[in-house]
Ligand binder design. Sequence first.
Ligand SMILES: Cc1ncc(COP(=O)(O)O)c(C=O)c1O
Length: 374
Amino acid sequence: MTRQESVPMNDLKRLYQRYHVEIEREVVNTLRSGWWLNGAVGKRFAANFSGFIGVSECVLVANGTDALELALAAVTKRYGGREVIVAANAGGYASCACWQNDLVPHYVDIEPASQLIALQSVLKAASADTAAIVATHLYGGVVDVRAIRDGLEQAGLSHIPIVEDCAQAHGARIGSAVAGSLGDISTFSFYPTKNLGAMGDGGAVLTSDTAIAGHVRQLQQYGWSSKYHVGVPNGRNSRMDEVQAAILDVLLGDVDRRNQQRRGILDQYKSVAGRRSQFLEGGDGAVAHLAVSLCDDRDAFRAFMKERGIDTDIHYPVLDCDQVGWADLPMMGSENLAVSRASVSRLCSVPCYPDMREDEVEQVCLALRDWEAM
Ligand SMILES: Cc1ncc(COP(=O)(O)O)c(C=O)c1O
């Protein structure tokens, strides 16, 4: 490959090429079975995935945003309160889920080196009005959920439910615990580029609380307690189809190995990058969903990388509290986001996915080294 050939942010054709034999076999079997929703394949994947995360219950849903909405609906009814503590830098998904549930996002600040929600900011914002906390394991880094839980206990607020948004952290760990098993409930997206991705949309809600799981199961299917009998209000249809479950079950077996490959790529970037493009630190058990750096001169960095044939992206360009379309919606805390605000114009992602070729990784490393030397 010449240096002029471009390095894309992702190339899902390569994923398909790698797994196509198993995927085609499982998809064809599923189609031939004539059972395409709510069947044995989804049950099998749900059991395997909950085993992988280390919780007892897994409800498959249509996407990760629905998962957040349904999880919040299920955990915020018990104790009242209308505020949900969230980071403002996590792409807006949790904010959407709040407003859909008539809850108010209460934005808190983040740690500079990881860009993950900051413990002290969470504890400062938590009160009797808090309905839930969403801990987003952003970019594959892992929030120390247990430290949040301990802090809440000390403040006499141990009832506040913690929702882990694991859409970017399938298989991430903190110590020996897996992200998604640390809070009261966790949510996943299986959007195609995720660490575990479907070939279409998909999501899941996980918990070890059978009552909460039962509530989510009702909400995701019209509020039914049994067929055509509505047991709870505010239900809807949010299902994952059997074909997506079949594909995810094939890919689940390789998640840890592919996470290791992602980590290896990010480690190479870190070993050559310097002060001018500092990569974030998501913790020892992080899974490098994205390789995100903080740059002093982002436009120049992006132009430089483009010239070297390397695609870049920004995750995410606008804080939730600053989105034009949400300006009139209820929210709190947007005046206390010094780190989030200082970071948002500096974030830049470079390609990092398991099917990257070695020469492409080298091409990125060379560019990072040259950028530093400029
Ligand atoms: C952190 C985070 N939460 C939630 C979502 C929503 O997932 P989906 O796109 O499947 O609705 C995404 C991804 O897109 C995400 O990155």
